[in-house]
Design a protein around this ligand. Structure first.
Ligand code: ATP
Ligand code: MG
Length: 223
């Protein structure tokens, strides 16, 4: 079974900026796949299309073998999909870190005490408990990255889409990310310019260029 299947995808931004003419991809269920590609090759655009936040001009997108066409289809698929935006400022909007992380749980009807317990456990695991009362807007880039990741992971997604999770973060934060993603048992698609990170965390790697996703061999020996 595939978790992500894209067929003949075409998309252009207004002003005739064509990003994809005929993109195809298949990511198997349980696969952890990495995408690398030059700046502007279309990685973020691909994630936004998979989430239904941009509309394709042509082609089809299936998540977990369900064809997604309408806004309702994408909204249903998003319940089981965790998406980390490339820019954490696109993700964080609540007055405090703990409210931001709890937002999705409360929005899904979880009782406040139960949501608080889940948030506390995750903050502990990601080593951001000391940030819970802080204003997200005032955090450093790496701190924002971990808080936005917490808001995604707290919902226990089956499919994780991570757009450059290690960009601008230090070795310690990268280590925390690696530990977490190693133990994640669902399907994951992650973009990065950090080949070592992709080698470490992924089963398969692809390179996006000239509108095509090509399989990419691993660059380092894997433990
Ligand atoms: N809102 C937009 N309007 C017009 N063109 C856009 C818009 N967003 C992105 N583009 C263009 O679409 C192409 C793909 O951009 P995208 O951000 O998907 O690339 P990327 O691979 O994620 O790059 P990076 O590695 O810098 O994050 C680029 O040519 C970019 O200039
Ligand atoms: Mg990008």
């Amino acid at each position: 079974m595939n978790s992500i299947t894209v067929r003949n995808l075409g998309f252009s931004y207004p002003g005739n900026v064509e990003v994809f003419g005929n993109l195809n991809m298949s990511i198997g269920s349980g696969e952890k796949a990495g995408i690398s590609g030059a700046n502007g090759s279309g990685k973020s655009t691909l994630f936004l299309l998979l989430m239904g936040l941009l509309k394709p001009e042509s082609g089809t997108i299936m998540l977990r073998d369900t064809l997604l066409k309408t806004e309702h289809d994408f909204r249903t698929a998003r319940v089981k999909t965790g998406f980390l935006f490339q820019d954490p400022d696109d993700q964080l909007f609540c007055p405090t870190v703990e409210e931001d992380i709890a937002f999705g749980l409360l929005n899904r009807g979880m009782e406040r005490t139960e949501a608080g317990k889940k948030v506390d456990a995750l903050c502990d695991r990601l080593r951001i408990s000391h940030l819970k009362k802080r204003v997200p807007f005032h955090l450093s880039w790496g701190q924002k990255r971990l808080v936005s990741l917490a808001g995604v992971l707290v919902l226990d997604p089956e499919l994780l889409l991570l757009d450059e999770p290690t960009a601008g973060v230090d070795d310690q934060v990268t280590g925390i990310l690696l530990d977490f993603l190693d133990s994640f048992s669902g399907t994951m698609l992650v973009s990065s310019h950090d080949m070592e990170f992709l080698d470490r965390v992924c089963h398969s790697r692809y390179s996006l260029s000239n509108n095509r996703l090509a399989p990419l061999p691993f660059s380092h020996s894997r433990a």
